[in-house]
Every structure is written in structure tokens, then in C-alpha cells.
Design a protein around this ligand. Structure first.
Ligand code: WQD
Length: 339
């Protein structure tokens, strides 16, 4: 059954790809984005890909007035909440900005939802809530810990949503703990558009391959991993987006709070990612080994079986496809989205 979704952070990397999958499945999508780290052009491209009209409200989730306008002007059935600041390094330098931005937005959004009788949410969480796991693969019942203010905002947000759902069973909430989303939509029209120097591995690899960065620094090759470099669970952004669709379409099945990992269940090292990118694109990636990045962990990858069991979701795309799609986005949009 088609529903109307308010997608916050809808102009961002996760938001645009999720909007494509929601509209592609016949759902109505209304977008809210402050355009702090994204561009309105990205929304125009989502409309081009889907052929669907997608109203964009430019504003902040912490602004109750803009939320009231949206809930008044549209019949919203559910919210997919992706808006938020997400740079781990920046969060350690500016913790108050992260707590204020990410948590005020969530609480104001939940208050507005409650007042407008909307009590279904898919929440964008992160595998960072697992901290440095004692064992892998990681299951949803494993211990949670805070390793940086960004991760703390995700942990606290999950606690807030757990308590809301426990207090009122009319709330249906699914929290999705992303592992490492990578790649781009195969059209090459939308993709990851980090501002400034990319903090994450894949966009940096793509920019180094394109000559936009002199070389990739591999942050440490002395980890207790098969080749000494960090191991992560890289899932294609289109698979991640489809995970949101699966969660949305299961929201009505069970009241309360549920949480799922979104990952492939496979670990890939930094050197393996570089090789995969070179094989998929035929382009050399210039790199050198540097010191470990403070705060990095050796290994992190998902046990994705709960999402398969309850949501019927599993990833389908390979690292090779993610590399090829990331390269297509990079070469077609060397400077990202135009202003
Ligand atoms: C991956 C691997 C690095 C850059 C972060 C956040 C997490 C989530 C995803 C929001 C690591 C290595 C990286 C580089 C490198 N974001 N690397 N050179 O750190 O696993 O997760 O992004 O939810 O919350 O913590 O991703 O891409 O930064 O790093 O060698 O220039 O690549 O050491 O092993 P990470 P990443």
C-alpha cells in the first residue's frame, strides 16, 4: 500500500538514494533538508531519475514551525529521519553542536509527529554505536558504547526512541544501524558529495583516482587483520536505500521499537577496496601508508541476518559495482553538485 513519507535530510547522500527507492516503489515523498551539507540540485536529479514530483522544504528539523507546515500541507503517514550531522572528527571538535543539532532535531520532530498523530518512523542510526566490538560479525544485541560525540548522539537518539515507543504502543519505530555505505546510483546523476577533503575512504579513493587528491593515505597497516589494514562492511548505497524501503513497508507489522543492522556481512580491508576500485575502473589509485587515524578500530562488519528474517532484506550489489558506480558519479560530476 502506498504511503506518504516525510524524508528528512532528503537532499543528502543517504536521503537522495532513499528518495529514489521510495518513489520507485510508488510511495509519496516530501523532503526536508537544511541544505547545510547538500544542494537543491540533488533533489532535481532525484525527480529526473524517478519522474516523481518531490516537494522540498528547506529548513531545520528543530524548527517546529516548518514541521507544522509540512504536516498541515501534506497527509504524512510515516517519517524516515536521515537529517543530522555525521562527521566523527568534527563531532570531537564541536560536541555541543552535534548534541544540539542531532538531538534537538529528533525531539522536536517526535513532538511534532505526536501532535499531528504520526507515530511511524524509520531512524537513521549507525554501526558506530557498537564502538570497538569484542567479536565480529556484529549482532544487534551486542554491547553498545560511545566512542565519539557523533556516535553518542546516535546512541542517545535510539534511547529516546526506545522510551517513546515503550510509553505509547501506538509508536512503531525501526532503527537502522548502517555499516559503511559506498558507491552511487548507477545513473551517475546522484552520489556522495562531501564538502572539502573527504573523511571517508571511498570518496577519497575516487577523488585520488581522478587526480583531485594527490594520493590516498592508508591509515595504518599494522592492525590485527589479514593484510594489516582496517576492515569494514561496505554496502552499496542503493542496497542501503532499499533497506529503508523494506523497513518502511514493515513498520505497520509490529508496534514498538526494533533495530536492524544494514550491512553485507562481509569485511573488506582498505587494500582490498583499493584493488577492487582499480579492477572495476581500470584506474590506478595513488596511495601510501601513513600512521593510524586516532579512534579507528581494526575490524567491523555486520551479521545482517535479523534484517533478512524480519524485513526480508539482504544486500545484492557487490563492491565491484559500488566502485564502478562511484567512479561514474565522480567522472560525471568532478566538482559534485553545482550550487
Ligand atoms: C574506513 C576505513 C580507515 C580514509 C565512518 C564513521 C561511521 C560512518 C561511516 C556515519 C578505515 C580507512 C579512511 C582515508 C583510510 N559514518 N581510511 N584513509 O571510519 O569505518 O566509519 O564513516 O554514520 O560512523 O565512523 O569509515 O570511510 O572513514 O574509514 O585508510 O583517507 O578506511 O582507517 O579503516 P569508518 P571511513
Amino acid at each position: 500500500m502506498a504511503v506518504n513519507v516525510l524524508l528528512t535530510g532528503g537532499a543528502g547522500y543517504i536521503g537522495t538514494h532513499t528518495a529514489v527507492e521510495l518513489a520507485g516503489a510508488g510511495h509519496g515523498v516530501v523532503l526536508l533538508d537544511g541544505l547545510y551539507n547538500s544542494r537543491a540540485e540533488a533533489v532535481r536529479r532525484v525527480e529526473r531519475i524517478t519522474g516523481a514530483e518531490m516537494p522540498l522544504y528547506v529548513g531545520d528539523c528543530a524548527d517546529r514551525a516548518v514541521l507544522d507546515r509540512i504536516f498541515t500541507e501534506h497527509r504524512i503517514d510515516a517519517v524516515v529521519h536521515c537529517a543530522g550531522l555525521k562527521a566523527v572528527g568534527e563531532s570531537t571538535e564541536r560536541p555541543l553542536l552535534y548534541y544540539r543539532t542531532n538531538l534537538s532535531a529528533l525531539m522536536t520532530l517526535c513532538e511534532a509527529m505526536e501532535d499531528h498523530g504520526v507515530r511511524r518512523m524509520v531512524f537513521s542510526s549507525s554501526a558506530t554505536v557498537y564502538g570497538d566490538p569484542a567479536t565480529v560479525p556484529i549482532t544487534e544485541d551486542m554491547p553498545l558504547s560511545v566512542t565519539n560525540p557523533y556516535g553518542a548522539t546516535k546512541l542517545f537518539a535510539e534511547q529516546i526512541l526506545t522510551d517513546i515507543a515503550a510509553a505509547d504502543p501506538r509508536w512503531h519505530v525501526v532503527s537502522l544501524r548502517y555499516f559503511n555505505p559506498v558507491g552511487a546510483h548507477p545513473s551517475g546523476l546522484i552520489g556522495e558529495d562531501p564538502k572539502g577533503v573527504p573523511a571517508n575512504l571511498f570518496p577519497f579513493i575516487a577523488q585520488a583516482a581522478a587526480g583531485r587528491r594527490a594520493e590516498l593515505k592508508v591509515f595504518g597497516d599494522d592492525y590485527p587483520t589479514p593484510d594489516g589494514t582496517g576492515v569494514r562492511d561496505y554496502l552499496h548505497i542503493v542496497d542501503l536505500a532499499r533497506g529503508h524501503l523494506a523497513a518502511l513497508e514493515h513498520l505497520g507489522d509490529a508496534p514498538g521499537w526494533r533495530v536492524y543492522n544494514l550491512g553485507t556481512g562481509r569485511g573488506t580491508s582498505v587494500l582490498e577496496a583499493i584493488r577492487a576500485f582499480e579492477e572495476a575502473t581500470g584506474v590506478q589509485v595513488p596511495y601510501s601508508v601513513a600512521a593510524r587515524r586516532p579512534g579507528d578500530i581494526a575490524t567491523c562488519y555486520a551479521d545482517p541476518s535479523a534484517a533478512l528474517r524480519d524485513l526480508g532484506f539482504k544486500t545484492e550489489r557487490s563492491i565491484a559495482e559500488a566502485c564502478a558506480d562511484a567512479w561514474r558519479w565522480q567522472t560525471a560530476n568532478p566538482d559534485g553538485y553545482p550550487d
